[in-house]
Design a protein around this ligand. Structure first.
Ligand code: ATP
Ligand code: MG
Length: 159
């Protein structure tokens, strides 16, 4: 149950390397060399969250931009952020973005493929782990999704 975030992020980022090359969107991993405390999480679930968020970041970005995957330690949690320089999300849509099946521009989104479930599933998983998830965006500038996972305690029995 203790998950090494640094190793996990390297792994997931690597799996996006080919797509990154094909779509000409750089992926930049920014994790402290000194390492991070391990988090209390289900590894496969967190991979699902990251797959969702990174694929969104790439899907809604254009060529010659960078997606940054960042992680750092805060009090009792590790914070992971996915930052893109893509199309962004309008203020009025931001409040509804975590709803199931909610997609910003139906016509545009349809051509992009997807169901509108990615973010709601990601949110469900993060909340189930006792973390928080927020999304910040500026139309035309880019989007930042930020979530936390609790640090794994030394004396935990895995419950
Ligand atoms: P799915 O994830 O099920 O394949 P989806 O990507 O459309 O489909 P969500 O991941 O839930 O669904 O995202 C909901 C909507 O939020 C998207 O349709 C898109 O309009 C908007 N969105 C999500 N992430 C971003 C982002 N990084 N930049 C711009 N818009 C975004
Ligand atoms: Mg998605």
């Amino acid at each position: 149950q203790p998950v090494n975030v640094r190793e996990l992020l390297h792994n997931v980022t690597e799996r996006f390397a080919l797509r990154s090359q094909q779509e000409n969107i750089a992926l930049s991993l920014d994790v402290p060399e000194s390492g991070l405390p391990r988090v209390k999480a289900d590894r496969d679930n967190i991979i699902q969250v990251l797959d969702n968020l990174i694929s969104n970041a790439m899907k809604y970005s254009s060529e010659n931009t960078t997606v940054v995957i960042q992680a750092h330690e805060e009090e009792n949690v590790v914070r992971i952020e996915i930052i893109d320089e893509g199309i962004g999300i309008r203020r009025r849509d931001l409040d509804r973005i975590f709803e199931r099946f909610y997609r910003v521009d139906k016509a545009r989104s349809r051509s992009m493929g997807g169901t509108g479930l990615g973010l709601s599933i990601a949110r469900q998983i993060v909340l189930a782990h006792g973390g928080t998830i927020e999304i910040d965006s500026e139309w035309g500038k880019g989007t930042r999704v930020s979530f936390t996972l609790p640090i794994y305690g030394e004396n935990e029995d895995g419950a």
